[in-house]
Ligand binder design. Structure first.
Ligand SMILES: C[S@@+](CC[C@H](N)C(=O)[O-])C[C@H]1O[C@@H](n2cnc3c(N)ncnc32)[C@H](O)[C@@H]1O
Length: 215
């Protein structure tokens, strides 16, 4: 695995257990997006699988991809605890910039709170999402908002390290590329995906996009 993926993997491995305890509810915006979808969903940077559980409840087949072995292990257990089976879910350790799937493998995709952890290759990850989705496939992308007052940054600054305080007192730094909504839209457009909707909600920027046929 490439160095940046190893770094993400190490960071999230170190906070996985505590992350799982504090991130166990799906985001409303994601639940709403999942309404009316069918077929096979790809969850890019699936973490502990809080959105995978929702998708399975809505009768979707899901493939979750993540860099962190620890989070994938927790995710697997969360799926088993909820459904007593893994029959609707596949979990794969991979880089979102290099998805190990054939073209047009998925009907839809989620890319929630993960693109902002990529120091490089963010457009590439969106192009990968487009490549592996079928024509007319929809994706919801979210990212922590640059517009928030909490960031004490110069206008041009986008990169921050944010501490995660573990229960045992250890502090783990996580890398973020902070997008404004406009900048996230711009990268989605650059990937060739077509924007359906974009909005700000509860500190996050969201873009809903579609793969147009022959794009
Ligand atoms: C903040 S968590 C969000 C998890 C999940 N999407 C959610 O909404 O709960 C970000 C996730 O992205 C994963 N990640 C970061 N960089 C990655 C990469 N290059 N490839 C795959 N997963 C990555 C991390 O391991 C982590 O699970």
């Amino acid at each position: 695995m490439k160095k940046d993926v190893q770094r993400a993997s190490k960071t999230f491995d170190l906070i996985a257990e505590h992350f799982d305890k504090t991130r166990n509810r799906p985001w409303y915006e994601v639940v709403e997006f999942l309404e009316g979808l069918d077929g096979k969903l790809l969850d890019m940077g699936c973490g502990n699988g809080r959105h995978i559980l929702e998708a399975v409840k809505k009768d979707l087949e899901v493939v979750g991809v993540d860099a962190s072995i620890e989070l994938l292990t927790i995710c697997k257990q969360n799926v088993i605890d909820e459904f007593y089976t893994l029959s609707k879910v596949d979990l794969i350790r991979a880089d979102v910039k290099n998805l190990p799937f054939f073209e047009s493998s998925f009907d839809s995709a989620l890319f929630i709170a993960a693109i902002h952890h990529l120091k490089e290759g963010r457009v590439r990850s969106l192009r990968e999402a487009k490549r592996v989705m079928k024509d007319n496939g929809k994706i919801l992308i979210s990212s922590w908002a640059r517009e928030l007052d909490r960031w004490d940054l110069e206008d041009h600054e986008r990169e921050v390290m944010v501490p995660w305080h573990r229960e045992d007192g250890e502090v783990i730094e996580r890398f973020y590329h902070l997008y404004t909504l406009e900048e996230l839209e711009e990268d989605v457009r650059r990937s060739g995906l077509s924007i359906i909707d974009s909005f700000h909600s509860k500190g996050n920027n969201y873009v809903k996009a579609k793969k147009l046929p022959k794009s």
